[in-house]
Design a protein around this ligand. Structure first.
Ligand code: CO8
Length: 260
């Protein structure tokens, strides 16, 4: 599968998906969103891919937001559709059923910050910058930002960032819990790949169950979340990988998971 605005590479069980519009700091236009949807569907269904890294081409930007050229001409109903299309793609990333690491190599603004937040985990280069500057365009985030940012960092901090539109450093993003790790820029891809490989070696069905339980659980009352957890625990119990994992522990050897 080839794309105009994306680069997709596979390295063993890890796929690296890079937004490739460096001249506009990897801004997401309609075509890029469409290509992202195709790539995400392909990666979701490819059992040989156990973890995905999302990043931006170039040293300056992860994604500098939605393409502002396209936003200028939108009317209300088109704006709503535009937002829904992007939301659906980011939901598909969140629901891919395998870990997705955002390797944030520069600006992650607006839709770029939203893309990073839809990923399972975030590693930032120490030079990265985050923010939701839509307010300064007379807009609000439309790719899930008001929801995911609030869940990740809490209402008070989210409202500060959403209402001021201010940009924050990677260090502040780490402090408020927006990113999991900050690394020197030169180490970003190496560290992200190492982390992805660690996750790719885990039992894939158990990984999927954890993602599903956490993702749905955060949207539900505690008791219902626990019911989902118990059902998924039952599912994980029935797998060959559970047999292999528990047997390997008792035999004092490293487990070899097959994804069955
Ligand atoms: N869209 C289109 N083009 C962009 C964007 C963007 N988001 N960001 C940068 N570019 C372009 C610039 O226009 C410039 O193009 P050119 O070379 O032709 O002039 C090129 O990229 C390089 O950018 P700059 O010269 O501005 O580079 P600087 O280093 O001076 O500044 C910044 C970098 C700070 C990142 C600056 O470019 C900037 O502020 N960009 C806009 C950031 C922004 O506001 N993002 C939010 C966009 S809105 C959004 O994401 C909403 C998402 C949900 C949509 C829901 C649908 C309704």
């Amino acid at each position: 599968m080839s794309f105009d605005n994306l680069l997709l590479e596979r390295d063993g069980a890890v796929a690296v998906l890079a937004i490739n519009r460096p001249k506009v700091l990897n801004a997401l236009n309609t075509q890029t969103i469409r290509e992202l949807r195709e790539a995400v569907l392909e990666l979701a269904h490819d059992a040989s891919v156990r973890a995905v890294i999302v990043t931006g081409v170039g040293e300056k930007s992860f994604v500098a937001g939605a393409d502002i050229n396209e936003l200028t001409a939108l009317r209300a109903i088109e704006g709503q559709e535009y937002a829904r299309r992007g939301q659906n793609v980011l939901d598909a990333i969140e629901g891919m059923g395998k870990p997705v690491i955002a390797a944030v190599n520069g600006y992650a603004l607006g839709g770029g910050c939203e893309l990073a937040m839809a990923c399972t985990l975030r590693v930032a280069a120490d030079s990265a910058t985050f923010g939701q500057p839509e307010i300064d365009l007379g807009l609000i985030p439309g790719y899930g930002g008001t929801q995911r940012l609030t869940r990740l960092v809490g209402k008070g901090v989210a409202l500060d960032l959403l209402l001021t539109g201010r940009r924050i450093t990677a260090a502040e993003a780490l402090r408020i819990g927006l990113v999991n790790r900050v690394v020197p820029s030169v180490d970003l891809m190496r560290e992200s790949k190492q982390w992805a490989e660690t996750l790719a070696a885990k039992a894939p069905i158990a990984v999927r169950c954890i993602l599903e339980s956490v993702h749905h659980g955060t949207l539900l009352p505690h008791a219902e979340g626990q019911r989902i957890e118990a059902a998924l625990f039952g599912l994980a119990t029935s797998t060959d990988d559970r047999r292999e994992g528990t047997t390997a522990f008792l035999e004092k050897r490293k487990a070899q998971f097959t994804g069955q």
